[in-house]
Design a binder for this molecule. Structure first.
Ligand code: C5P
Length: 673
């Protein structure tokens, strides 16, 4: 949803509720590869739906695996270790978890069964090293062409049918740059274990061991028992065969859990935040983040497959930690450090430099923008909280984890920021790599002080196009949208249905106060029933205008309208948004298209829906409605004194939205130098 150039977050102050995590990226892509290579059908539940899994699925399809989707389940028909397609061009985006294992598997398959496969990705993928894997595969007799820089994708792997591999001596692979090279080999080598045991020896200190544990656990689920001597030597027994487990459930993503564990530690002040999908049973190393968060002060109750987190110690406690085992989740600690007393020092993070971006440099630069003191080196970062917080535009470097981590800086009010500052997250859609609806999920859990949530009011007479303008503006900004006319229309409709007389003000007010109204995207539900079309009818509008003239009804609907003011912001349209409901709104707009122009628009609208209409009648209706709205005693239609007038008679919808957005930029602190 947040396909916006940026998302502005106002100061946030609390969090509560429950979140179900998306599937683990590491598990999803390993399972897909194993299911694709195995014999038979594997039904995968809870698979992550994201950029990284999408490229893996596309690659499997290009290789001839058939995939069947059934709601949240996916059935993968595996290749049984036999190439069905001998030539393919694979695009793997920025997914290291697809690039590395597919390179290994296809290099081995091409070398023995014949074929030529090209593997490429986005420009950043072409800057992420793969040389250690290539160096491990070549001595076996695999042919791998580096199509760009030596040691980096894009690559072509090729070979002749009937080719043989030298597997009698142990393969050697470096383990100190990325553990994904070892993982790639372990996942792929069962393909060529017919003739004898295959041994892999790791050179250098193996980093990120827990990711290798995930690999071993999943290989075991597919019937392959790797023997391991420490972290140096791994043996795939002769005749290892991938056997589908039939059905496989993917755990929630433990790295993604870290943002919500941190959220709980920072902002779950009254009740714990519940995180579903991972817990103490997890096979993911990043679950170790929970201990680090506890050390900083989080109160975490771990269940088998869920976590409950609340604030414990406050402010948080700075820590010094070797993060080698939790490289991804460790980024979240760097942001928790903003809320800690003292300097948090994270070491053992050299691998950050070869991830989606150089994460040490990126994190140092962005935290410094907020006012934090940051010191960093080849394999460490040290963060001291800001003495004074700055409103900041935070870059995300096409790195999902940067975006998710940095969003937590919006809680600066809780760290005593005076004044609390808003933050801007650039390119929020980059979270699609692993957590496409991260921001929607986060925003559903958080609470802001309404006075700190920006509101743009769009008032104006009937058919002035304010609804269309307001909805489009809300969409552009990623804000909530209040169609207050619909609130009055729904009250009128509910009165009609309940047989309440339009002259019984007290009964109407009671009805309005208990209105079961829900906005669900473009649909409006009254007591659970979709009444969107009925609400839009002319006669409903006319009734609404009568109901709306009653002060007790307006009073009864006041709180409901205020409740729409939630982070990240609200665009509200109606008659009195700027005067009565949100008099403190930082931007108020009043639309002033002429009655004749509005009658023409309404006419066009009705005709396009196949409803008969006549301009003269519409004009008379509009003028009567204007007069009633303007002359009533309760909240008459008029521009707020500080409203900016927009005559949109000659403006198209995009131009009107542009104009209001421009006004907002002039007032938004995040747009000022
Ligand atoms: O804007 P819309 O035509 O949907 O509004 C229906 C009626 O509700 C208006 O004619 C007006 O009388 C009333 N209304 C109001 N205050 C608002 C929004 C609508 O009185 N904020």
């Amino acid at each position: 949803m947040f396909a916006l150039p940026h998302l502005d977050l106002p100061p946030l102050r609390a969090a509560a509720g429950s979140v179900r995590l998306p599937g683990s990226k590491s598990i999803s892509n390993r399972v897909l590869l194993l299911a694709g290579l195995a014999d038979g059908v594997t039904e995968v539940h809870g698979l992550l739906d994201s950029d990284d899994t999408r490229v893996m699925l596309q690659a499997l399809q290009a290789l001839g695996c058939s995939l069947e989707r059934d709601g949240a389940r996916l059935r993968v028909h595996g290749l049984g270790g036999r190439l069905r397609v001998h030539e393919a061009e694979l695009f793997l985006g920025n997914a290291g978890t697809a690039m590395r294992p597919l390179t290994a598997a296809l290099a081995l398959l091409a070398a023995t069964q014949g074929g030529a496969f090209t593997l490429r990705g986005v420009p950043r993928m072409h800057e992420r090293p793969i040389g250690d894997l290539v160096d491990a595969l070549r001595p076996l007799g695999c042919t791998i062409d580096e199509l760009g820089e030596p040691g980096y994708p894009p690559l072509r792997v090729r070979g002749q049918a009937g080719g043989s591999l030298r597997l009698d001596a142990p393969l050697r692979v470096r383990g100190d740059v990325s553990s994904q090279f070892l993982t790639a080999l372990l996942l792929a080598l069962p393909l060529v274990s017919d003739a004898g045991d295959v041994v892999v020896e790791v050179e250098g200190e193996l980093i990120s061991k827990p990711y290798v544990e995930i690999t071993l656990a999943l290989l075991a689920r597919f019937g392959i028992a790797v023997q391991r001597e420490g972290w140096r030597r791994f043996t795939l027994p002769q005749g290892s065969r991938y056997r589908t487990p039939g059905v496989l459930e993917v755990e929630g993503d433990a790295s993604s859990a870290s943002y919500f564990v941190a959220l709980g530690a920072i902002a779950a002040i009254d009740t714990p935040l519940r995180i579903e999908g991972v817990g103490s049973d997890s096979i993911q190393g990043d679950i170790g983040f929970v201990d680090a968060a506890r050390a900083m002060g989080a109160q975490v109750q771990a269940h088998a497959n869920a976590l409950e987190v609340r604030r414990g110690r406050w402010p948080l406690q700075a820590i010094a930690l070797d993060c080698n085992a939790i490289p991804d989740a460790a980024m979240t600690l760097a942001v928790m450090a903003l809320y800690a007393q003292g300097t948090t020092r994270l070491t053992g993070i050299a691998s950050w430099r070869v991830k989606e971006t150089d994460r040490i440099a990126a994190m140092a630069a962005e935290l410094a923008k907020l006012g934090a003191r940051v010191d960093s080196g080849d394999d460490f970062i040290a963060v001291t909280p800001p003495a004074r917080w700055h409103a900041a535009t935070l870059g995300t470097y096409d790195d999902h984890r940067m975006a998710m981590c940095l969003s937590l800086a919006a809680f600066n009010a809780l760290a005593g920021a005076a004044p609390p500052v808003p933050i801007r997250i650039e390119d929020p859609a980059c979270v699609a790599k692993t957590f496409p609806d991260y921001f929607e999920t986060l925003l559903a859990l958080v609470r802001a002080d309404p006075a700190e949530v920006p509101v743009i009011t769009i008032d104006g007479p009937s058919a002035s196009g304010k609804g269309t303008l307001a909805a489009a503006l809300a969409q552009r900004l990623g804000w909530h949208f209040l169609d207050s006319g619909a609130v009055y229309r729904a009250t009128a409709l509910a009165a009609l249905r309940a047989g309440v007389s339009l002259s019984d003000e007290a009964a109407l007010a009671r009805l309005a106060a208990g209105l079961a109204l829900h906005f669900d995207g473009a649909r409006i539900l009254l007591a659970g029933e979709d009444v969107s079309d009925e609400l839009r009818r002319e006669d409903t509008g006319a009734l609404a205008s009568r109901v709306a003239a009653l002060p007790a009804v307006r009073q009864a609907l006041h709180a409901l309208q205020l409740s729409f003011r939630r982070a990240p912001g609200l665009v509200a349209d109606g008659r009195d948004m700027g005067t009565a409901i949100f008099p403190q709104a930082p931007l108020k707009v009043f639309l002033t298209a002429s009655a004749a122009e509005r009658a023409k628009r309404r006419h066009k609208q009705l005709i396009s829906k196949g409803i008969e209409a006549n301009i003269a009648d519409l004009l008379a209706d509009i003028e009567a409605r204007d007069e009633r709205d303007r002359s009533r005693a309760a909240s008459p239609l008029r521009a707020a004194e500080d409203a900016l007038q927009l005559d949109n008679s000659q403006l198209g919808i995009d131009a009107s939205v542009d104009a209001v957005q421009q006004w907002w930029r002039q007032r938004n602190p995040l747009d000022q130098g």
